[in-house]
Design a protein around this ligand. Structure first.
Ligand SMILES: Cc1cc2nc3c(=O)[nH]c(=O)nc-3n(C[C@H](O)[C@H](O)[C@H](O)COP(=O)(O)OP(=O)(O)OC[C@H]3O[C@@H](n4cnc5c(N)ncnc54)[C@H](O)[C@@H]3O)c2cc1C
Length: 417
């Protein structure tokens, strides 16, 4: 189907609207009234375990219905179980979905469907594609991302969790960290070192592992904003059958980079809002009687301009995707502006609230702004830090020289191995 045929795209939109009308009510205009309801200013989810589980169940019911209606994996090629549509169709689906009251998605749903489901479809065997990948795309099973380690975040290829083959099984020892939602996941998508005598990117293999396997220990990490949405995961002699290996042995880096690339073209949508907005700052200024304060006005105008800039970058990336361009470094620009703006929004709120930001007097909205301020630094790290985004922009947009690399020897000869 051509992405350039407006009639076909409109027909698709009509098909989506008709289906959405069977599963959800049209969304009514959100009127946020200062002092009423949940202020919802947190950047990272702050629900109790049981509330988050109940929320995920609602999202999963919706995603199962969406998959069964043929809208589960829109951009995935048909040979891998998707609909093979250009990403402009995923954008159109998300636009239509926003008009309906569907349960707001969450990080683990995007990771399971958009990253792991897509990766297992593309790199898996036919049996893995028909079984596991389908389960992930339909959210019958949830899967967390076991990539980062205490010594390997930005430098992911420097990971040292080991998998050693023993007959038809692999024995895994090591530690992962910052694993979001491991406590809600039936599976983990893991990278492990399988040959330390190759260069660091060359000796990595990708596996799926059941999170209830003997030898796996999940320890929640308490965040400074209160909740424990991510975890440390320890592997102590965990046995993974070779049938759970994704892709070829020592080809895990290819699987990992493709997986991270799917993040940008995923058809997931319906995301909850992340943190406070310009409109929330305006409400706060009005509630505190600070609308006439020249500094406050400057700060709010500044974040408004940056919000518009972010929207323009996102629209440009969507247009490039629609024209068939590969997701390029412009995605880094969008991530950088978004995380910077969240920090600026938090700073503006902090300037208005003063000591009330940390006092939590119980007044409506105050602690909610504290949650925003405490969550913003995490957003600057997750999905690639600000500095890494700047490196990408410097090297791939501006054509500046690449960073010096002192790690081209086999992994076993590097000082961190
Ligand atoms: C909210 C949240 C959720 C996450 N969820 C997951 C998850 O589900 N699964 C998972 O596997 N991981 C997850 N992560 C981990 C995330 O991918 C890493 O935090 C991120 O890649 C950075 O790695 P690091 O924390 O080890 O920092 P490091 O890589 O150690 O970086 C430390 C500092 O050094 C800077 N730095 C590092 N290298 C360079 C360089 N080359 N040039 C300039 N500066 C540099 C960084 O920018 C940073 O400021 C999550 C992180 C957060 C915050």
């Amino acid at each position: 189907m051509s992405d350039l045929d407006p009639a076909q795209l409109e027909a698709f939109r009509a098909e989506v609207r008709a289906w959405l009308g069977t599963v959800a009510k049209p969304r009514t205009e959100e009127v946020r009234v200062w002092g009423e309801g949940d202020p919802e200013l947190q950047i990272f989810i702050a629900k109790s375990h049981d509330d988050e589980r109940a929320h995920l169940d609602r999202v999963r019911d919706y995603r199962k219905a969406r998959f069964d209606a043929g809208f589960g994996a829109l951009t995935l090629p048909t040979e891998f179980g998707g609909r093979g549509l250009p990403s402009v169709y995923a954008v159109a689906f998300a636009d239509e979905e926003r008009e309906f009251d569907v349960p707001p998605s969450s990080e683990i749903i995007s990771v399971t469907t958009g990253l792991v489901g897509a990766a297992v479809s593309v790199f898996g065997t036919p049996a893995q594609r028909e079984g596991l990948a389908r389960d992930f795309l339909r959210t019958d099973a949830l899967c967390c991302q076991l990539f980062s380690e205490p010594g390997a975040g930005s430098d992911l290829a420097g990971l040292s969790t080991k998998a050693v083959r023993e007959g038809d099984e692999w024995i895994v020892n090591g530690q992962k960290t910052w694993t979001s939602n491991a406590q809600f996941s039936e599976y983990g998508f893991m990278l492990a070192r399988t040959d330390p005598d190759l260069v660091k990117q060359g000796g990595i293999t990708a596996f799926l592992v059941r999170m209830d396997s003997p030898g796996i220990q999940i320890r929640p990490i308490r965040q400074m904003s209160g909740p424990s949405s991510f975890n440390e995961v320890f592997f102590d002699g965990v046995r993974i059958p070779d049938s759970m290996r994704i892709g070829e042995v020592n080809q895990g880096w290819k699987v990992a980079t493709a997986t991270l690339g799917f993040e940008r073209s995923s058809s997931g949508s319906g995301h909850r809002r992340k943190g406070g907005t310009t409109a929330d700052l305006v409400s706060l200024a009005q509630a505190l009687g600070l609308s006439d304060d020249p500094i406050v006005r400057q700060e709010i105008a500044d974040v408004y301009v940056r919000t518009q800039l972010h929207a323009a970058v996102v629209a440009k990336v969507a247009r490039a995707n629609a024209a068939g361009d590969k997701p390029g470094p412009a995605g880094s620009l969008g991530k950088l502006i978004a995380s910077d703006n969240l920090v600026r929004i938090g700073n503006a709120a902090a300037d208005m609230l003063g000591s009330a930001l940390v006092a939590d007097t119980g007044e409506w909205g105050q602690f909610a702004w504290s949650e925003h301020v405490l969550g913003a630094p995490g957003y600057r790290l997750a999905g690639g830090t600000d500095e890494i985004q700047r490196n990408i922009i410097a090297e791939r947009v501006l054509g500046l020289p690449a960073e010096h690399r002192a790690d081209k020897a086999p992994f076993s000869q590097l000082s961190k191995s």
